[in-house]
Design a protein around this ligand. Sequence first.
Ligand code: CP3
Length: 342
Amino acid sequence: MTDQLFLSTMQGIKSTQTPIWMMRQAGRYLAEYRAVRAKQTDFISFCLNPEQASAVTLQPIARYGFDAAIIFSDILMVPWAIKRNVQFKTGIGPLLDAMDKPDDIDRSCLRRLDEKLAPVGKALELTKTALQGKTALIGFAGAPWTLITYMAEGGSSRDFPKARQWAWQETKALEGLLSILVEATVSFLSLQAKAGADVLMLFDSWASAVPASQRDWLVVKPARSIVEGVRANGHRQPMIGFPRGIGEGLIQYAAESGVDSVGLDHGVDPVWAGKNLPAKMPVQGNLDPLSLLNAGPEMFRDIDHILDAFHDRPHIFNLGHGITPPTPVENVQKMIDHIRNR
Ligand code: CP3
């Protein structure tokens, strides 16, 4: 309930209580979110409206008393700021200008990035004030590889054929694109740190698509450069990396990316993670969000299994991916009550 629990856990301290928040906690499963959303003209302007973005960030805190708030924004704000013409279409998802080659863009796209993303900073400032130090505030960005999957295809895709082909055939140009996105991400996270984020999270949602032999340069090194860049800018906030779907690759990611904590998707066996990740590293996760649709005995069993697996390491309870729109709000409360009353 206080940011002390979440932040002390992020700093590696194990408490009797486990802090809780959920990825996509501000979103369509909440009627109060849908009410605000219905009044918005488009999703990007919504993210760039500090008052509205802050208001929906606070909704799940008011309803559930989560231990952390995550700023309402999107990983595609960086592609938007570097002029990829990002739009969100209802029923389709994100649409962007697709790229033919990784060197379709150059560093000039980085001009005025901070100015364009300043409203996200303003939203963090408003939220920070409203939280009164009682709840921790998380800022975030998408990792370069995941952004590239959207930028290459021009939207969501199932197998990311273009980005994956670039990884084999356009290595030099892709290096260039990665470095532009590393720079953009360092700026965006630094802006959020300056605006009052207590913790920063890096979403590599499609790290799962990277062949194991290419993980180092496409996933681990960019994360490391981002952590180093944020630190070089003087920001000390703990950082969480979420390289979704990389399985045993988490061992290298945890050891070499420089993040303070890793997020686990629900494909990771918590007992395996407990044994194989650095002993004092805080971990976050990893209940399957779909278990919340009916909140049956299997869900409670899984919650217990996760909490037991991490009983001797700092652990932040979360889902393995974002909560889905059809989730009944009362089932989220049941999950929270079960964790808090154990
Ligand atoms: O977690 C939170 O509550 C904070 C806000 C947040 C959003 N997106 C708001 C959002 C966060 C952390 C994200 C991250 C994000 N966005 C990721 C990484 C995490 C993940 O899910 O893997 C990705 C891949 C995106 C890109 C994105 N944004 C897609 C593909 C879509 C469309 C599909 C969908 O789920 O609707 C979005 C839109 C989006 N971002 C919504 C929200 C609440 C729904 C749009 C709406 O309300 O109309």
